[in-house]
Design a protein around this ligand. Structure first.
Ligand SMILES: Cc1cc2nc3c(=O)[nH]c(=O)nc-3n(C[C@H](O)[C@H](O)[C@H](O)COP(=O)(O)OP(=O)(O)OC[C@H]3O[C@@H](n4cnc5c(N)ncnc54)[C@H](O)[C@@H]3O)c2cc1C
Length: 394
């Protein structure tokens, strides 16, 4: 089999990989390698698909802000449907949690968000199935949006292909060697070469770096469980917000005519085809019964997904400190879909040797604060074992 060459090779076909590959295809030739038979099979296809500029740690939320205009007004022809639609978010405080809710409200106002503080009774006008007696007060944030993840992912793939980029599926990267000025990459679909590689392998980023002979960067996956069930008969769920408790023990939202609920579990995991945890499924149902008037008669669908974090939960984007031609796009946690647009622009800019785009710099993003070389990401190298192994890929 002949070796295929490109200016850039991207490893991973989730939202991170397809978006950075698309960005790079405006600068040179690109090949994207995905181990599954289609893009989006792992975390990207399993998310709650919401966008809130107020969700997640500071730098990620700035990247959400920087992604918003693209999601609201994508380039002509990018998607046939809107990428975002209004959802709204409701945060509920129990007795004793009002200070926490107020602090959250103050922070949102500081960031310029519009919010409304209401009593638990008043919150029923947003979500009529709440057991108001369980809560004292609530914060409503109207600007939270649903994202059409499929439309976003396929829009990027289409644009990538229209610019001559290649998406190679069933192409798990098994070997990655730096030979002179190029990376030589072996997959079951053949060999590929490029001077620059982008590591966008989600839960597998450490394994991919390990294949390249690079140090562990302490970016590890955690499993989260989700469940869907039918809403009460006759209820109009369409306008219900994404509803959280401030203590972070559950969230639920309308999802394709059903209700999706997660017990917001965060269990360290091997990189794998994550499954729902049965205990967490039971906890999710229990939370619905405890805090709402809904009755979960049967689970319609349940799944697990990986969210991958650096120790400080902030982005890991940039040149590997040991090999500058190896670019990380990792540590997306719970922000990878909503912040993916700006994260991809940042990673592509590093891959092309261009530094931080000026609009992201104006938001306080620097090469240092997202670097895979920053202390907390690199610091535990010697002690931290790599979570998972290549054998765990299935
Ligand atoms: C339950 C849940 C709810 C969430 N809710 C939200 C939300 O509301 N909003 C939001 O923004 N985010 C949310 N997230 C987080 C979001 O899903 C992730 O941040 C995002 O999908 C990460 O994208 P990714 O491309 O990095 O990873 P992935 O989608 O996992 O993609 C990585 C890809 O790399 C491939 N790969 C791995 N190793 C190799 C190899 N050796 N060779 C070739 N390919 C390889 C994998 O097959 C995979 O397709 C949620 C996540 C979960 C689990």
């Amino acid at each position: 089999m002949a070796t295929e060459t490109a200016d850039f090779i991207v490893i991973g076909g989730g939202i991170a990989g397809v978006s950075v590959a698309c960005e790079l295809s405006a600068r040179g030739s690109v090949i994207l390698l995905e181990m599954e038979s289609a893009p989006g099979y792992h975390s990207t296809g399993r998310s709650a698909a919401v966008m809130s500029e107020n969700y997640g740690p500071a730098l990620w939320s700035r990247l959400v802000t920087a992604s918003r205009s693209f999601l609201e007004s994508p380039p002509p022809g990018f998607a046939e449907v809107p990428l975002v639609t209004p959802r709204g978010a409701l945060f509920l405080a129990r007795d004793g949690e009002q200070d926490q809710l107020q602090a959250q409200a103050d922070e949102l106002v500081r960031r310029g968000a519009s919010i409304e503080l209401v009593s638990a009774e008043e919150a029923l006008r947003y979500c009529p199935v709440l057991k108001a007696s369980e809560f004292v007060s609530a914060l409503y944030e109207p600007d939270c949006m649903d994202i059409d993840t499929d439309a976003l992912l396929s829009g990027y793939v289409r644009m990538l292909r229209s610019r001559g980029g290649r998406v190679v599926t069933d192409a798990r990267v098994e070997k990655l060697t730096r030979a002179g000025a190029v990376w030589d990459i072996s997959t079951p679909k053949g060999r590929f070469e490029a001077p620059v590689v982008v590591n966008a392998a989600g839960g597998w980023v450490q394994q991919v770096a390990g294949l390249a002979g690079l140090s562990n960067r302490n970016v590890v996956p955690f499993r989260r469980t989700a469940v869907t069930f039918d809403p009460p008969q006759g209820s109009d769920i369409h306008h219900w917000p994404m509803t959280f408790d401030v203590a972070e023990t559950f969230y639920f939202k309308p999802e394709a005519g059903r209700i999706m609920v997660s017990p917001v579990d965060m269990a360290p995991s091997e990189p794998c085809d994550a499954q729902a945890d049965e205990l967490e499924v039971a906890i999710a149902i229990d939370r619905i019964h405890k805090y709402t008037t809904m009755d979960v008669r049967s689970v319609k669908h349940k799944w697990g997904g990986l969210r991958t974090f650096a120790p400080d939960h902030e982005p890991v984007i940039g040149h590997d400190p040991e090999e500058a031609s190896f670019i990380w796009l990792a540590g997306q946690g719970g922000n990878g879909v909503m912040a993916g647009v700006a994260a991809a622009r940042l990673a592509a800019s590093f891959a092309a040797g261009e530094g931080v785009p000026s609009d992201l710099g104006a938001l306080g993003i620097t090469e240092e604060n997202v670097s895979p070389g920053r202390e907390c990401v690199a610091g535990a190298n010697a002690e931290q074992p790599v979570v998972g192994s290549l054998e765990a890929i299935d």
